[in-house]
Design a protein around this ligand. Structure first.
Ligand code: PMP
Length: 360
């Protein structure tokens, strides 16, 4: 199967759209000045992002992707041996970042319906905990912690713990109970919200993300900023993207509409797909995810496959999503033929017997 060409790249939750013409033009102009250094610290970009988010500039820190901002936060607050809690599974970088700063990771299992278990996360916090990560919407499941439970969670987190609220996918969320981030930021000085230009804004290669937080916390995170760390081409692309917000917003709407189309069509083909608020869908065992992953590979689709556990499918162009549907539509019918007593979702004991879910 190795020789099937990959036609559709749906493994990294990227945007299916290349940069807008206005953004490319801004990048070309910046390339022509590439013999000059960028700003020592990206103050201009901070000001523009702050204006766009309607907060004062001292509430904003910019970094090398949102993952770079997350590392800066950890470097600012973690001392060797401190712990850092997060729900698992989540974005792969969190355990790596923990190792980079010498934090001991505390991985709290997701609930069986793919949600971050807020009570279990709270129980995992102790004297040694310095950071707790919440990913909202969640990667890889697309689940959302809505406004009321998130407020209650934040009220219960002790003040010596910084909450890293990773909103990399927030632009794709359409739930009417989406948390109001700015109200949360006003209420909690131990909160850093992460955002990125990699996903909805389609600039993943350029590595720009930002954090929003109270000035004291932001000042600590900024102290870890690499001088000349944001390149000028990326900064120009971000500035141009902020000017093209309407056009980019329509692209996001298209991705959201495709997400819902794909979800309904996959449900019609037998898959138990939960609602997602991100630019991805999560297919989980005991659905036949390993067979599904093989079918996707045969169909020229590269998705993110966690063997025995799930498939995270990035929402692509309509054409790519059609390729997903073509690959996955028959998997259940075929699976029903070959394994009449395949477990259904929720039948986890049976699923374990079939080796379809990993033991915890
Ligand atoms: N947070 C989450 C939840 C992600 O899934 C990703 C990328 N997959 C990131 C952060 C990192 O994004 P960036 O490109 O901004 O570093």
């Amino acid at each position: 199967m190795d020789d099937v060409p990959v036609l559709h790249h749906l493994a990294l939750n990227e945007s299916p759209y290349p940069p807008l013409p206005s953004v490319r033009k801004a990048m070309r102009r910046a390339v022509a000045q590439a013999h000059r250094y960028p700003q020592f610290y990206p103050d201009d970009l901070v000001e523009r992002i702050a204006a766009w988010c309607r907060v004062p500039p001292d509430h904003v820190v910019v970094g090398s992707g949102s993952v770079g901002v997350a590392l800066q936060l950890l470097q600012a607050v973690i001392e060797r041996g401190d712990t850092m809690a997060y729900a698992w599974r989540t974005f792969d970088a969190y355990p790596l970042l923990a190792a980079m700063v010498g934090a001991q990771p505390v991985a709290v299992p997701l609930s069986t319906d793919g949600r971050q278990d807020l009570d279990a996360l709270l129980s995992a916090l102790d004297r040694r905990t310095r950071v707790v990560v919440l990913c909202n919407p969640h990667n890889p499941t697309g689940s959302l912690v809505t406004a009321a439970p998130l407020s209650a969670f934040l009220r219960r987190v002790p003040p010596h713990v910084t909450v890293l609220l990773d909103e990399a996918y927030v632009e794709f969320a359409r739930d009417p109970d989406l948390p109001n981030t700015s109200a949360l930021l006003d209420a909690h000085s131990n909160l850093l919200v992460l955002r990125t230009f990699s996903k909805a804004y389609g600039l993943a290669a350029l590595r720009v993300g930002y954090g929003l937080g109270a000035p004291d916390l932001v000042a600590r995170v900024r102290r870890q900023q690499l001088p000349f760390g944001i390149n000028a081409v990326a900064a120009a692309a971000v500035r141009a993207s902020l000017r093209a917000g309407g056009e980019l917003g329509r692209r996001v709407d298209t991705v959201v509409a495709e997400r819902e189309r794909l979800r309904h069509r996959l449900a019609g083909a037998g898959w138990h797909v939960r609602p997602s608020q991100a630019n991805s869908l999560w297919l989980a065992a005991p659905d036949p995810v390993d067979e599904g992953a093989a079918a996707l590979t045969r169909g020229g689709v590269r998705a993110r496959h966690y063997p025995g556990e799930g498939i995270r499918l990035t929402i692509g162009s309509p054409q790519a999503n059609d390729a997903v549907l073509a690959a996955l539509s028959d998997v259940w019918r075929h699976a029903a033929h070959t394994d009449a007593d395949r477990p259904r979702r929720g039948d986890h004991a049976a699923a374990s017997r079939h080796g379809l879910i990993r033991s915890p």
